[in-house]
Design a protein around this ligand. Sequence first.
Ligand code: ADP
Ligand code: ZN
Ligand code: ZN
Length: 778
Amino acid sequence: MYLQVAVNIHIYQLLEYATPDENIEERKSSSGAAYDNTLGLVFSEDGAAPESGSAPASEQEDSGPIVPAIMKGCRVLVPVGTREVYGVVISQNQTPGASEDGSPRTGVRKIIKFIDSAPVFNSSIISLLLWAASYYHYPPGEVFFSALPPLLKNGSPARLPAIEGWERTDIREPEKLLSRLKKGREAWNCLKNQSLSAQDFKNMGISGSVLKSLEKKGLIRRINLRERESPWQQRDITVNHEFIMNEEQSRAVSEISSRSGFNVFLINGVTGSGKTEVYLNLIEEIILKGLQAMVLVPEINLTPQTVSRFYRRFAVPIVCINSAMSARERLDAFLLFSAGSAAILIGTRSAVFTPMKFPGIIIIDEEHDSSFRQEDGFRYHARDLAAVRARLENIPIVLGSATPSLESLYNVKIGKFHEIKLLRRAGNAQPAKIIPIDMRREIITRGLSDSLLISIKAELEQDNQVLIMLNRRGYAPKIICHDCGYVFSCQNCDSNLCYHQDRHILLCHHCETRYPVPSQCPMCGSPGLTITGNGTEQLESCLRECFPDESIVRIDRDSVTRKGVLEQYLQEINEKKHRIIVGTQMLAKGHDFPEVTLVGIIDIDSSLISDDFRSQEKLAQLIIQVSGRAGRSLKKGKVLLQTYWPRHPLLELLIRDGYDAFAQEELSKREKLRLPPLTCQTVIRGNSPSHRSLSDLMDEIYFLMQDVAGGFPHIRIHPPMAAAMERKGNRYHLNIVAEADTRGEMQKFLTVLVKRRNELRHLCGCRAVIDVDPTVTL
Ligand code: ADP
Ligand code: ZN
Ligand code: ZN
């Protein structure tokens, strides 16, 4: 047999190898020489890329050549040049493939060994990854290996360990033993219809010690779930309904389930309209058919609260995949879902590559969220790949958001996506009203207007909660010398340093370098240093002065550093331990604060005048999302928006007519300016410690691109431009933007460009990457 293999090094081709049983004469020269000339130079993120694929010698224990029944999708160890690297088998053939000039290939080398006895990727995932490698113009082997769970990248066996699990004993009068045990009772209740693994309990926030104490009391016993597991499809699937769906929700469910096969649905539902309830009902139909459901959520939404909602509803095996889990936990979840042993996968971006044995449905919640986009290495958009995957698997995919991306709304407009609107809040909750505060007419105390302070006071007097959002962490974004005007900036970046009072440091928000707090100006020696601007730390301290008796909680990247802290704060907020909540956009994401009746939004003005054409879309999403945190229960909510431009057309439109009206207006603006999603962009991003070499390289790339574009009349190429932050982390960053009217044309152009990359010189220390469909242009 001859195998096409995607090897884990930075080359664009697949390599060919023979299986050990093939009777061939090996020659060292062949596939070893298939090295990319530009290895690690241009269009490579990492100068040292070739090394990353090397198999560590320690792990190569000798085992005889076992050839698996199905080779496609298995990991193999292969020789490349003088090294041994891991790869994944893409296809198998009886005869060797033709070489580039059409003649039969000679001197094919043999694989060293198979790592897997059964595939880790099925055909759908292989097709998906090959599609992704070709669409994003990234080396296929690296695409395949970035899709694998971390443990499988280094050749560890893809095997499931025993599952520690728990079941109820037949003990008499359990109630007596359970009295006064809060968590213990929760665990006991979950075991009513099923046995659960220790991991299940961990996902729900129930610790091992709770289980051990139940075991000691004789209430539950330990079992190996793997041994006794019967497929979940053969068990009774109990579904616990919390609500009866309202009319809009039922209509959404029946509309989606009435169409079979591949379809993309966009649930455009206002915040609090009960989208999750729709997903749960769709999943119910899917798992009752014995099929699996994959749910992708933004990292920050994957909390125990979210997950336990699924566990409460369904008595089926559920797995999670996110970056906070250990490598072993991620591997187990990957294997369980691949094997069809788990019915539901709830995961973040990279979970989109997990194979499904019984594909049923893919759901992407908060589809507009930027965390679905991978921004380094193999850059991809999980939403777009999920849609491609759903087409390959011929299953429905449901995207949901209260503020859909313009990309998705455009796809609705051209008929690619079916839109389903949920216009009302579920239950009886009323939408919150947004009211701008004209800052030109206000008395302002450290960034807070009197009108806002008066409203906060009034809400607190009624025992309501208030939420104040400022999208800037730290105490103050700038420190200036009062005498000479010197501004403290980062040595590695074109960026001001931010003063962090809590940590008593100056911090660069771009490279995270810390500096001691200065006592005098380095230029003129003056001790008169002043801070300007406002961050969440200062906002918090200002609110403490205004409301000294209140407990205030701050939620941002500095206060939520450890795992579990965010959940703890959310819990405390729900228990009303704090009535004032301060934070960054972290607060805008999906969390439910039923008692919040007032949302204050501070300082959005810089986004209204930004150069970035996406900043208004992002601002509108942020305003609507954070507004959606108010008035989610019976109490009516209101949103106060501080701005110096209360009559700004974007704000007026958004406030008067809502997000959809804003989005349509924005789409027609993009159409006039020929910007995405009406056109498509690719950015070549270059960086180097030397500005001179970088600009030489970018000029060369620019000329090559212009030359290639000669054959494509509708490709437009802009000359190299400085990135939004030109110097960052001690490297200079320049970009070249290419635009096309259609994806097809862009793809043809990029294919030729990548083929001709060998014409570029190797410039020391320079790197350049291709970013297709970027979500940030500059
Ligand atoms: P979304 O994801 O659209 O913001 P959720 O699904 O979180 O909304 O639902 C918002 C709130 O409404 C939740 O507290 C949920 O429990 C409640 N809810 C959802 N559907 C119903 C329903 N049919 N009847 C009553 N309450 C509901
Ligand atoms: Zn000075
Ligand atoms: Zn910096």
